[in-house]
Design a protein around this ligand. Sequence first.
Ligand code: PAF
Length: 281
Amino acid sequence: MKRVKSISQMKEISENWRKEGKKIAFVPTMGFLHEGHLSLVRLGKKLGDKLVVSIFVNPLQFGPAEDFREYPRDLERDAALLEKEGVDVLFCPEAEEMYPPGFQTYVEVAELTKGLCGAYRPGHFKGVTTVVLKLFNIVKPHLAIFGEKDYQQLQVIKRMVKDLNLDVEIVGHPTVREKDGLAMSSRNTYLSEEERESALSLFKALNFAQNLVKEGERDVAVLKKKLKEFIESHPFTKVQYIEFVDPSELTPVEKVEKETLCALAVFVGKARLIDNMLIKP
Ligand code: PAF
């Protein structure tokens, strides 16, 4: 596996692969890799002739009060894991090269970023779309893979690709869970043993929602109230939002009459965790 820091070197490698007719698969990450990331990597290995994984903790997508400084990092461990998976290039640029002095151009998906996480993390998705477009321009992939745990992010990126006519296929990968249902996340490392127990309430709440709907409850206000009470009956939890939205437009629904996305953001101790599930009536 080649480790590349420089933007021009990464561009050159990809240009050469494209000349040779190779299909480039790309998995963008912020590192501190877990099985969830590695599943994306394995899918990338299957779908492309060449596979690039990026590790870049993107300062642009963290708010001033968020965890940019504390975000877990371990490049050597990540590189060893990726080497084992047969990744061709690990691209790990420096923030100084990605955002040199004078940087002032941003990409924003207007509507899809208004609700859910976008309502509580102003500027977050603008940071995500800007860095993802930059990474696409540098890595020049034919396809890029994103996890469905960040459901809104996946929809926002698909929209950007469509609206800006980018020649990249966006592939979603189902959320990877621990045996007990906890969605894998680099932020799970913030959890103490007791907090981790309470963190299971997110996945349990999503299943609870599915059962309530199956039993006939359609009213979103009632569902939200029951889910909030359920989650907050677990110690260390504080619900940030519980939303039921149209799965493609991400607009709120009042009644669950068709397939609906239930999305949650919950603080468990200092860790802000998200999860989601498509609920079928
Ligand atoms: O999902 C992530 O890890 C990040 O938001 C991404 C897509 C790598 C952009 O920084």
